[in-house]
Design a protein around this ligand. Structure first.
Ligand code: HEM
Ligand code: FPP
Length: 287
């Protein structure tokens, strides 16, 4: 009994992609805290986190419902609960619907309408646009980066009730960050993606992908300065964005030169550090 519960729990966590969901929810929390003025309204904060967690988990579960066959074709995803048949499709659909409905209820009832609406828009774009586009065009990453960058905006609107310049800047940083984050992973799993018929890289030529990476990390440099220019961050975030962004950019240049998986791995690693770090320093600057 306990064993089957722990297997179900583990499968549930895989279904909602708990690690990705955790970072997404973290960016919402940071958006909230960076936008907040004065004392934190704890109940509103917790409801925001819970509501976003539920909607993001739901989106990830529905994404896996639509991708059972292709997930089964990739090494990286073959052991997920649906392709490995440990969970039935209808269970996953039920989990996704319950999470979406409860997340939406919480956001509309306890947070505000705009935050609920943004979460719903992100859900729809991720599940109904990005997911099918992955097999059609490399532009899918651009589409997927929209819902990926909405979570900090939800944090902002939860506390301020409207989309302001700060929210747009956080959206911009997270939007651009996703390209090196994802394309470095996609380079490392290239044969997997090709086997499943996914067209997620800008080109099958690694050199062209590297050029795209150089361009996006270069754009991250001015974007990272925006919070300071807009006046809601100070010198700490500025230093992190210049040094972190610079390192990021130089690493993509290395990838362009050596076309090695070691360089791609380094980009993936820098991406994992860069986003949490810049958000934390934006908050430190505020305090
Ligand atoms: C276009 C948008 C995005 C794409 C295509 C994408 C794709 C991916 C893929 C394929 C992985 C799996 C790597 C693996 O299995 O080792 C991954 C991992 C991850 N992503 Fe993203 N991602 C995107 C946006 C985001 C966003 C917005 C966040 C958070 C703010 C995020 C956070 C993470 C985290 C934390 C992991 C590690 C998860 C783990 O190890 O299980 N990603 N991403
Ligand atoms: C509020 C709300 C719903 C926000 C959406 C947040 C969200 C799910 C962001 C992730 C963006 C994304 C494109 C991930 C990759 O999925 P993938 O299908 O390429 O990953 P996989 O290959 O591991 O399945």
């Amino acid at each position: 009994m306990f064993r089957s519960f722990s297997i179900f729990l583990n499968d549930f966590l895989l279904l909602i992609k708990h690690r990705l969901t955790s970072l997404v929810v973290f960016t919402t929390a940071m958006g909230y805290l960076i936008a907040n003025r004065g004392d934190i309204e704890l109940f509103n904060f917790i409801m925001t986190i819970l509501g976003v967690f539920l909607v993001v988990g739901s989106a990830n579960a529905m994404n896996q419902v639509f991708e059972v066959k292709v997930d089964g074709m990739m090494k990286r995803t073959a052991s997920r609960p649906l392709p490995s048949r440990r969970m039935q499709k209808k269970t996953a659909i039920l989990i996704s619907i319950l999470m979406l409905a409860s997340g939406q209820y919480i956001l509309y009832k306890f947070v505000n309408g705009i935050s609920g609406l943004l979460a719903l828009i992100a859900f729809v774009i991720y599940v109904f646009a990005y997911t099918p586009l992955k097999r059609i065009t490399p532009l899918c990453t651009f589409v997927g980066a929209i819902p990926g960058a909405i979570p900090p905006v939800i944090g902002w609107t939860a506390v301020r009730g409207q989309i302001e310049l700060g929210a747009i800047i956080l959206f911009g940083i997270q939007f651009i960050w996703q390209f090196p984050h994802f394309w470095s992973i996609a380079l490392l799993c290239k044969s997997d993606y090709e086997r499943a018929g996914f067209k997620v890289l800008p080109s099958s030529d690694n050199r062209i992908t590297a050029v795209n990476l150089v361009i996006y990390t270069f754009m991250l440099l001015p974007m990272g300065l925006m919070p300071t220019i807009a006046g809601f961050a100070g010198k700490y975030a500025l230093v992190v964005s210049i040094f972190g962004g610079g390192l990021f950019f130089l690493q993509t240049l290395s990838l362009f030169k050596d076309n090695s998986m070691r360089s791609a791995k380094k980009i993936m690693f820098i991406a994992e550090i860069y986003l949490p770090l810049i958000l934390i320093f934006l908050l430190i600057d505020k305090i």
